[in-house]
Design a protein around this ligand. Structure first.
Ligand code: ATP
Ligand code: MG
Length: 444
């Protein structure tokens, strides 16, 4: 992509309404624009990262055996009356009336609708287990939308729902989600710690929240620092293997790690003092097992092997897809701008032409662009007729993890410069070697 043909409305000034760094950088880097309070347009650069995050979530859900689908954003109130949540949900639910005076709503979550789909089509234990999920916009009329996409009113969420015959099977679904989430967040360059949480209005006993440690996080968290040494890495997990999933869950949840809602001072004090941590975190996901809380009132039942009608055991599992952009930036930036982890970067590498209009540098940049694209990589070529300083500042702000700088002096010696955004370290090499280096980094 050529920058002169792209839409990247970078801001020079720091927007005064943005209180935290991720919000500031998302506005300054031209990633989002507020449409109205808590509701954003996703400009091309922000949309690209959003899509990358969605892709990772899809891939890891499908790897875990979960089935993608899509439900509508606007739903009828009827189902919510049936479950009893139409009244319970309160003012966070955006209620709408259609031209026939029917009560509708913009969905804040989708337990009711998925349960309705299930009960309409599944009647035998032979069709279980079943886990379906969607990545769809949600609306919650938050009393105080703030921090940009971190606490929006409209936001993108992955929500998944499992249906199982027994509690044991449903707990396996819970464990499977926990494992797949660990892998999902690590692929985004994040450490998200599963913490024992409170189930709130969704109800149920078993629930963990995944928290990214950051001073700007809204949750207060208490944990044993030993937990931050745990890495999921590239373990090859068989998601159907109950014992394997259970073992990973135990490994990642046996250390003390809780939100303030479930914090117990006495237990916390049993951790050796030098490992006790009180910090703040951003909630990027939550998993629930809630048994028959929805299947009973909504009559989602199947026949078991003995012919008895039994309510299915369910759970629901969410990832804050749009919030993740903010969380990643909070966890990965410096005073010049964003530093995207390779897994979610909007473009793989930036190309900077130090003397635009010079036949030699222009040809070298275009050659690099073509060679990178031939490898399936997406470079962003800054071909603006601008000072080098301005080009570097834009590239640093938008945070591409790698940059190739092309100037007449280097070309005379047959080299270009490859720079890491994270370390700032540069290395000179031929253009061919630069392409190979970038391809190697991205494993293509
Ligand atoms: P919170 O406690 O932050 O209000 P929640 O527990 O109500 O969130 P869930 O119902 O667990 O949210 O939703 C799943 C995920 O969706 C959350 O873990 C979070 O990452 C994300 N999310 C929830 N509310 C918002 C919001 N207003 N803006 C952006 N993301 C959100
Ligand atoms: Mg939650």
């Amino acid at each position: 992509m050529r920058l002169t043909r792209y839409f990247l409305p970078v801001l020079k000034e720091t927007p005064s309404e943005a209180q935290i760094v991720s919000h500031r950088y998302m506005l300054r880097a031209g990633m989002i624009k507020q449409a109205t309070a808590g509701i954003y347009s996703w400009l091309p650069l922000g949309f690209k990262v959003l899509r990358k995050i969605e892709d990772i979530v899809h891939q890891e859900q499908i790897r875990a055996g979960h089935i993608p689908m899509l439900m509508p954003t606007i739903q009828s109130a009827d189902l919510w009356r049936e479950s009893g949540r139409y009244d319970d949900y309160g003012q966070e639910m955006l209620r709408i009336r259609d031209r026939h005076d029917r009560d509708m709503l913009f969905t804040p979550t989708a337990e009711e609708l998925i349960t309705d789909i299930f009960r309409g089509h599944v009647s035998s234990y032979r069709d279980l287990p079943l886990t379906m999920y969607q990545i769809q916009w949600k609306f919650r009329d938050e009393i105080r939308p703030r921090f940009g996409v971190m606490r929006g009113r409209e936001f993108l969420m992955k929500d998944g729902y499992n249906f199982d015959l027994t509690k044991e099977d449903a707990l396996h679904a819970y464990n499977r989600h926990l494992v797949s989430y660990l892998r999902t967040y690590e692929r985004m360059g994040l450490q998200a710690i599963p913490m024992r949480a409170d189930s709130g209005p969704i109800g149920g006993d078993d629930t963990h929240e995944f928290l990214v440690l950051a001073d700007t996080g809204e949750s207060e968290v208490f944990y044993d620092s030993a937990i931050t040494d745990l890495k999921f890495g590239d373990r090859d997990i068989d998601y159907d293997d109950k014992a394997q999933c259970q073992a990973v869950l135990e490994e990642f949840t046996s250390r003390y790690a809780r939100t303030d809602e479930t914090h117990e001072e006495a237990l916390f004090n049993q951790i050796p003092e030098d490992r006790r941590r009180i910090a703040r975190g951003i909630e990027v996901g939550q998993i629930f097992y809630f048994g028959t809380k929805y299947s009973e009132p909504l009559n989602a039942k199947v026949q078991d092997a003995d012919g008895n009608e039994v309510a299915v055991h369910m759970g629901s599992h969410g990832i804050g897809v749009s919030r993740l952009l903010g969380a990643i930036i909070e966890a990965s930036h410096d005073d010049k701008g964003i530093i995207w982890p390779e897994g979610v970067t909007p473009f793989h590498v930036g190309i900077i032409n130090l003397r635009q209009g010079d036949g030699g540098t222009d040809a070298a940049c275009e050659g690099l662009e073509k060679a990178l694209e031939a490898k399936g990589l997406e470079p962003l070529y800054d071909d603006r007729d601008e000072r080098a300083g301005g080009k570097f500042a834009t590239m640093d702000l938008i945070g591409l993890p790698w940059r190739i700088t092309v100037g007449p002096r280097g070309l005379k010696n047959g080299v270009v410069e490859v720079t890491s955004r994270r370390t700032g370290e540069s290395e000179e090499m031929t253009a061919e070697a630069a392409v190979d280096r970038i391809a190697q980094i991205y494993g293509v």
